[in-house]
Design a protein. Structure first.
Lengths: 326, 369
């Protein structure tokens, strides 16, 4: 049922009221089908029943839903035309793509979802009229992955807990718990193998792109979690901004022993192009990393909170510390 | 670079004795040229030393000098420096300072010629749409992904240069090889707008955040990727165009009396203007290719040169070249010093510093009128 204007006006107040009385009502009324109350990134939603019409705004969300076996509930996805990893191509081909990037509010409303899930803070961009408030005012619940919370820094435990929480929302607690536990086990296995070989974290320069200056990351947020787990130490960990431009002189002064190149999912060059550039960059070519050709690559999409984190951790660890996997 | 000092000659020989006149501009055109050139060349030398000494990596000055000495005279100077620091000074800072000087000179000469042949004090090197065309060249690589990495680090410069030629050729074609000057400039503006619109479209509709950042970075201008290989093209075009322009300075001066006057004196105004505008675009194209869109140098430096030595092109163009070289090298120095960890876009510095200087110059001129 489409919400009437009056309901829209009332709904925030109603939500607050429901929130206040949630525990009470459950206890007193002995409801057979209790409402699902879920808080993601400080916004609480109440769902009467597990959502059946989901819009996934990001690829890592879509892939998580596929792995959780609920892709039949997806009524629309954003970022439809990205090069999807092989294991997901079949599942993706059955999904309804809404937009090449983030869908607009209209595109979302058109498929009448009951839940919209975003992976990053930009997924619910208020400037594009797609904030969580906007969607909720249309009576649509929202869920934002822990990665997208404004407070940033994430531990692996929180990520694992977030997947379990998502399972609660979707009414598939057991599947989600298993999924989260597997991920946790696989990632810990990588850590253990490096520890067993007494691997020291290698000073690493994370090269996103850029020729005049080099675009790199500091160590905030989930982007650093997987590389750190794979035995790296970001030489630019202390930069103020999450993504920052550094000069090549700074890269040279830090003399990284390894370089992890980001595959940005853009048209600005392949990994090989970027390696070739580094090899002829007047300063970068003298770093130990380039001299020893200790390169590894990772796609930004593998580092987002989603199932591809595991493969990325395994590959980075093997590429940068082959001796531990011999 | 145009280091040959042309003979200092008053603008209008046989005019009223200049020493007795109160006109500021006439005073300047009588001012001996040599001291001005000497001061500028010394300034360039000083800037070169500063530019080599400071950067975002803190290398002790003694080490910088050791590296330089060892490079100039093998066997002398500091021998035990790391290959890395040697590369920073010799392979990065040295070509960087030189490149900023050459590009500064290119833009200043281009601006001076553009202003002279259009008799428009607001004309700048980008008036035939060169900047927007170059930007579009960069967009085709960064956003649309054509020819990415084709020639390594030279891919973007090449794309920018080819892009810069497109509006130029379009304008020449549409204007019937430039028979009408006003038509030429209006077409330049129009074609430039089309390319600017295409850039905006590509950035807002096709590009992702990361690609947008890449293009904006390029557009803001800078020398962070300077290398020896970037120097030959702009240097060559500077030497070529500056020679032609200084040899043709007489005609540039003649244009000051207006098209009809110049035509009456036997000059083929249209052909000369066409040649000069093509020269401007080639100069700007090579500069933009290696440095990105750097504003204000081409607009303001020619005025500063006239302010210094008067409006005789034979005097003002070489001075503009040197002032442009000095201004851009200093701006790049500021861009590096402002934020030690990263690079400040040099185009932002030239605009932030250039605009107030421009306003001050206008203010001075108004008070004298």
């Amino acid at each position: 049922m489409p919400p009437t204007p009056a309901m829209r006006l009332l709904s925030p107040a109603l939500a607050a009221l429901l929130l206040a009385s949630a525990c009470q009502s459950r206890a007193t009324e002995n409801d057979a089908d209790p409402a699902i109350e879920v808080t993601s990134c400080d916004r609480t939603q109440i769902l009467d029943e597990p959502p059946e019409r989901i819009v996934s705004l990001n690829t890592q969300v879509t892939e998580t839903l596929i792995d959780l076996g609920v892709d039949d509930r997806i009524v629309g996805i954003g970022w439809e035309r990205y090069d999807h990893p092989e294991q997901y191509t079949d599942a993706y081909s059955a999904l309804n793509g809404l937009a090449d990037t983030h869908p607009t509010l209209e595109q979302i409303l058109e498929v009448e979802p009951d839940l919209v899930i975003g992976g990053q803070s930009s997924s619910f961009d208020p400037q594009e009229g797609r904030s969580r408030e906007d969607l909720e005012s249309h009576g649509i619940a929202t869920y934002l992955f822990a990665e997208g919370c404004p407070d940033g820094d994430l531990e692996l435990e929180e990520v694992i807990a977030d997947f379990e929480r998502l399972g609660t929302v979707l009414g598939i607690e057991d599947t989600a718990e298993e999924f989260a536990a597997d991920m946790s086990t696989d990632l810990e296995a990588v850590e253990d193998q490096l520890a067993a070989a007494d691997v020291e974290p290698v000073p690493t320069f994370f090269y996103r792109s850029g020729e005049r200056t080099a675009s790199t990351n500091n160590s905030d947020g989930i982007r650093q979690m997987i590389p750190d787990l794979a035995g790296t130490r970001n030489v630019f960990a202390e930069l103020d901004d999450r993504v920052a431009e550094v000069s090549w002189e700074q890269v040279g002064e830090n003399d990284p022993e390894a370089i992890v190149i980001f595959e940005m999912g853009s048209d600005d060059g392949t990994i090989d192009d970027k390696i070739n550039f580094l090899k002829e960059q007047p300063i970068a070519q003298h770093t130990e990393a380039v001299q020893e050709e200790r390169f590894a690559s990772v796609s930004l999409r593998e580092l987002y909170q989603g199932p591809r984190m595991v493969g990325a951790a395994q590959r980075l660890a093997e590429d940068l510390h082959p001796e531990a996997f011999a | 670079m145009t280091s040959t000092a042309p003979p200092a000659r008053p603008r209008d020989d046989g005019a009223a004795p200049a020493r007795n006149t109160t006109s500021a501009s006439r005073d300047r055109s009588q001012r001996p040229l040599r001291p001005v050139l000497v001061v500028l060349v010394l300034g360039l030398g000083g800037t070169l030393l500063l530019g080599l000494s400071f950067g975002s990596a803190r290398i002790p000055l003694t080490e910088v000098w050791g590296i330089l000495l060892a490079d100039v005279i093998p066997g002398l100077g500091q021998q035990d420096v790391s290959a890395m620091r040697q590369a920073i000074v010799i392979e990065s800072r040295l070509p960087r300072v030189l490149l900023s000087m050459v590009v500064g000179a290119c833009l200043a000469v281009a601006g001076a010629v553009a202003q002279a042949v259009t008799r428009n004090p607001l004309a700048d090197p980008y008036l035939l749409g060169v900047s927007a065309g170059a930007g579009f060249g960069v967009v085709t690589v960064v956003v649309l992904g054509f020819g990415v990495g084709a020639v390594g680090a030279y891919t973007l410069p090449l794309a920018a240069f080819l892009g810069a030629l497109v509006p130029l050729l379009l304008v020449l074609l549409l204007s019937g090889a430039g028979r009408d000057a006003t038509m030429l400039i209006l077409l330049g503006v129009a074609v430039g707008q089309i390319f600017q619109a295409l850039i905006t479209f590509a950035l807002l509709v096709i590009a992702d955040d990361h690609e947008i950042a890449g293009v904006l970075h390029w557009q803001a201008g800078g020398f962070g990727d300077a290398r020896w290989g970037f120097l030959p093209a702009p240097t060559l075009s500077l030497v070529l165009v500056a020679t032609v322009v200084i040899l043709g300075a007489r005609w540039l001066n003649l244009l000051q009396v207006g098209d009809e006057g110049a035509g009456a004196l036997g000059m083929n105004v249209q052909r000369f203007r066409l040649l000069m505008l093509v020269a401007v675009s080639l100069l700007t194209g090579t500069a933009v290719a290696v440095a990105g869109g750097i504003g204000f140098i081409g607009l303001i430096v020619p005025h500063a040169a006239v302010f210094l030595v008067g409006s005789n092109a034979r005097r003002s163009i070489p001075v503009a070249a040197l002032v442009g070289a000095l201004a851009l090298a200093l701006a790049d120095l500021v861009a590096r010093a402002l934020t030690p960890a990263t690079e400040f876009p040099v185009g932002v510095v030239t605009a932030l510093v250039g605009a107030p200087v421009f306003v001050y110059m206008l203010y001075r001129r108004r008070r004298k009128m």
